[in-house]
Design a protein around this ligand. Structure first.
Ligand SMILES: [Mg+2]
Length: 284
């Protein structure tokens, strides 16, 4: 493995914080157990950061489960990740609603989507629950979606609620090929009915990055000294490009080096690595 460019290694060493993607970056899904398997270097990297007092967050873009469930799965795979160090788009959304003073939110989604909002003290209105004065509609993973849920959400929007979403990506990688992103489809229906485009609060939005920094007690200006590590150019590398963070692409997930190099400038990585070990080496 060739040595890192010294300027890149220096930014890794001097970093204020790290944000990691989960699947394809720190772990791979383990079909046999339904859990996760740590990728080489992942456990070492997190313990190295801990010994250096460099804060980090693990940010996965799914809302099927609450963050604490993902954190427990990562610990089971041997990674030292506390519940509060795990983020989903709902963690980011909850922090954003609090920042904006939004207190009553209709959530189109179940426990995985709702839990971080409830923990943050936001009043969560269930999908087809009768309610008035809803300030925001928030959509996430929601396979149980029905037409009455759409009707209630549209009524809120016609009454002035804003539309927000965990993710607006049409497909995600799943066992056996691509699967439909539930919130993308629901957002399209809400837009067709109300003309309102959902504001993305998960990756790759700057809201997501700013929430992650705020949860580490860091200002927005810390983005430029943050390292974002991931396997998806459209999510992690895009978030890095827009914010000035160091975008570190790893080829242990969805994409190989040629895929990363073929991306648009807005999704280019600062460095492409075959795994996490060179980061551990730079920090050791
Ligand atoms: Mg990934």
């Amino acid at each position: 493995m060739p040595d890192l460019d010294p300027a890149i290694a220096r930014r890794m060493i001097d970093a204020t914080a790290y944000i990691f993607d989960m699947d394809g970056t720190l772990v791979l899904g383990d079909a046999a157990s339904g859990g996760h398997k740590a990728l080489p270097g992942a456990a070492d990297l997190l313990s190295t950061l801990r010994s250096r007092y460099t804060p980090f967050r693990v940010f996965t873009n799914g809302t099927a489960k609450p963050p604490s469930v993902y954190a427990a799965s990562l610990r089971h795979a041997g990674l030292d990740v506390a519940d509060h160090e795990m983020m989903t788009p709902s963690t980011s959304a909850a922090a954003w609603f609090v920042r904006k003073g939004i207190k009553r939110v209709r959530v189109l989604g179940l426990d995985g989507v709702q839990a971080p909002l409830i923990e943050a003290g936001i009043e969560v209105v269930g999908p087809s629950e009768m309610a008035s004065n809803v300030e925001a509609v928030y959509t996430g993973w929601f396979r149980e979606f029905t037409l009455p849920d759409l009707e209630m959400a549209c009524r809120d929007v016609w009454d002035g609620a804003i539309v927000t979403t965990a993710s607006n990506v049409p497909f995600f990688a799943a066992l056996g090929g691509r699967a439909i992103g539930a919130s993308f489809a629901i957002n399209a229906m809400i837009r067709a009915m109300t003309g309102k485009q959902a504001k993305v609060l998960g990756k790759p939005s700057q809201n997501a990055l700013h929430s992650g920094l705020a949860l580490m007690n860091l200002p927005r200006s810390a983005a430029r000294s943050t390292v974002i590590v991931g396997d998806d150019p459209a999510l992690e590398m895009r978030m890095a490009r827009v914010s000035g963070a160091l975008g570190v692409a790893v080829t242990t997930g969805l994409n190989n080096a040629a895929d990363f190099l073929a991306c648009a400038p807005s999704q280019q990585a600062d460095v492409i690595l075959s795994g996490l070990e060179p980061i551990v080496k730079a920090l050791s």
